[in-house]
Design a protein around this ligand. Structure first.
Ligand code: HPA
Length: 276
């Protein structure tokens, strides 16, 4: 079935009208990945809006993803945080996956901070490391910008030269330094999933220039750049990618590592929100 840009825009505007009086004019949009959602509960005056209460908002069934849009303040900024995100591998379309990011942009957010759990590929990355995303490889085989373009969301051909904002990475580096740890930096490869990669695929990804691998983020960043948002991406290296570590990979390991770095991750995000 042909993709209908006008219907998608109508759905976004309906969602905006439904939640706009609760969110107010947003400054920053946040997407919290696997096991990282708790940060949103610590926003000043945090108010969760369950995804089911937002017209057309896809829900995520993945364990570790709560499914709330949490609105609050941090560092004087009005923030909306997606506690969990829909993924392609759950069967959502590329356009559905980015519904929340587009909604937060229409509600005023000019900055997007995306976070995820990712497998470490580059030598020097260890489980528990936090990595600023310097650039991305969209290996999902699709794009959130597919179909007839609605100019209200931005232009047809989107420049991805500086998809991740250098100034925001510098800010994040400074915050990490003040907190006493080094923020790693690298290229994030976004794959369809849901299986973890084979060791051969991980070797291929390394050859292609990937430092970390996951199953999210890249489509959100495409949509955000189309909308002209400034983007910062932070990966929590939850495990070494397949074949780099000896043992098998599991979602439990991903969640355990996220829990272990939670306080460092939350301090980093708070510091960034206070400095931008
Ligand atoms: N591969 C893909 N996605 C992931 C990984 C991984 O190793 N770890 C967390 N998300």
């Amino acid at each position: 079935m042909a993709y209908n840009a006008a219907a998608m825009m109508d759905a976004l505007l309906e969602a905006k009208n439904a939640v706009g009086d609760r969110t107010g004019q947003l400054d920053v949009a946040l997407v919290l990945g696997s096991g990282l959602g708790a940060f949103a509960d610590g926003l000043d005056g945090a108010r969760p809006i369950p995804y089911e209460k937002i017209p057309h908002m896809p829900t995520s069934g993945v364990s570790g993803h709560a499914g709330n849009l949490v609105v609050g303040k941090k560092g004087g900024r009005r923030v909306a945080a997606m506690q969990g995100r829909p993924h392609l591998y759950e069967g959502w379309s590329a356009q559905e996956v980015v519904f929340g990011v587009r909604l937060m942009a229409l509600l005023g957010a000019r900055t997007l901070i995306v976070t995820n759990a990712a497998g470490g590929i580059a030598p020097g990355l260890a489980p528990g490391d936090l990595m600023a995303i310097a650039d991305q490889l969209n290996l999902t085989g699709t794009s959130s910008l597919l179909g007839p373009n609605d100019e209200r969301l931005g232009e047809r051909f989107v420049d991805m030269t500086a998809a991740y904002d250098r100034d925001l990475i510098e800010t994040a580096n400074g915050v990490a330094g003040a907190l006493g740890f080094e923020l790693q930096q690298g290229v994030y490869a976004g794959l369809l999933g849901p299986a973890y990669e084979t060791p051969a695929e991980v070797r291929m990804l390394r050859t292609l220039g990937a430092d970390a691998v996951g199953m999210s983020t890249v489509l959100e960043v495409l949509a955000a750049r189309q909308l002209g948002m400034r983007v910062l991406g932070i990966s929590c290296i939850s495990n070494l990618a397949a074949g780099i570590s000896d043992g098998p990979l599991s979602h439990a390991e991903v969640q355990d590592t996220a829990a272990r770095v939670r306080s460092r991750f939350e301090s980093l995000l708070s510091g960034i929100l206070e400095s931008i």
